[in-house]
Design a protein around this ligand. Structure first.
Ligand SMILES: C[S@@+](CC[C@H](N)C(=O)[O-])C[C@H]1O[C@@H](n2cnc3c(N)ncnc32)[C@H](O)[C@@H]1O
Length: 261
């Protein structure tokens, strides 16, 4: 099974979709919950196009340090360009399961929409805990794809498309196990909440408009789906938009934890 590739094209697509007002609102919630302080040392695991690294760097200021880590050179190039004016932000190539930092390096760490792509989540959380200081705090956000509600006329075709789309990552239902995984990695879970991405209309800048095209491209050749199936599914969704009965909703779950009680 080949999951989503964060090559140059995939990185640019993610960068576009993550500029949507829906994901901007998500980042605002993440920042307000993590509450980075001036002078802090913060890590963003799987930093992707670097939007959060840039915001974290602005929050900690030049007296602090932010490291964004990602295995994708294409993502890291976007993140480095985005943080060029913030020299206390560093973009490092690496993997969540083997963090290239000494024990206790960071005051806080964040990882949004990343662990669902990582095969060994338990190992990655052990690494996260290792690089946080005593009383360090962590925030993790991931999607549970069972929470997807998307109005289509052809529900059977939609079911097959969603089944094929679930192949884009390793753990399509990670959030329901995350609190347990965090505790077993030695964290104390201090907060759990849901962030809903809700598009009651189909607009060009909505998150789901970007998802539609990404999904239609990804599913062809999976679960027996053809180009014609993907086009029919897209046309179905666009017709919901034109007829005024469009609806997209998906839940992203947020977990906050600390390394000490
Ligand atoms: C959907 S993007 C999210 C990017 C960013 N966290 C955000 O929310 O804007 C997923 C990111 O996870 C990264 N990723 C995938 N596997 C990873 C791993 N094993 N360790 C660290 N990052 C990983 C990908 O390269 C990609 O940049």
């Amino acid at each position: 099974m080949t999951t989503l590739r964060f090559d140059e094209r995939g990185a640019r697509r993610t960068e576009r979709m993550y500029a949507s007002p829906d994901v901007v609102a998500q980042r605002e919630q993440v920042l307000s919950l993590l509450a980075p302080q001036p002078g802090e040392r913060v890590l963003d695991v799987g930093s992707g196009p670097g939007y959060l690294v840039a915001s974290l760097a602005e929050a900690v200021g030049p007296g602090g340090t932010v490291h964004g880590l990602d295995p994708s050179p294409a993502m890291n190039a976007l993140a480095a360009a985005r943080t060029r004016e913030l020299p206390w932000a560093h973009i490092d190539e690496g993997d969540a399961v083997a963090l290239p930092y000494a024990n206790g390096t960071f005051d806080a760490a964040v990882s949004t929409q990343v662990y669902e792509y990582v095969t060994d989540v338990a190992g990655a959380l052990g690494e996260l805990r290792r690089v946080l200081r005593p009383d360090g705090r962590a925030l993790i956000l991931d999607t549970d794809w069972d929470s997807l509600v998307w109005h289509t006329a052809d529900r059977e075709l939609h079911r097959r498309v969603v089944a094929a789309w679930e192949e884009h990552l390793v753990h399509p239902r990670l959030p329901r196990t995350l609190a347990g995984l965090l505790r077993r990695a030695g964290f104390h879970v201090t907060g759990q909440r849901v962030h809903v991405i809700f598009n009651p209309r189909l607009t060009d800048d909505s998150f789901s408009a970007g998802m539609m095209t990404a999904i239609a491209r990804f599913v062809v050749g999976r679960q027996g789906l053809t180009e014609a199936d993907a086009s029919a599914w897209l046309a179905d969704l666009r017709a919901r938009g034109d007829e005024g009965d469009y609806l997209y909703s998906v839940n992203r779950y947020v977990f906050q934890a600390t390394t000490s009680k």
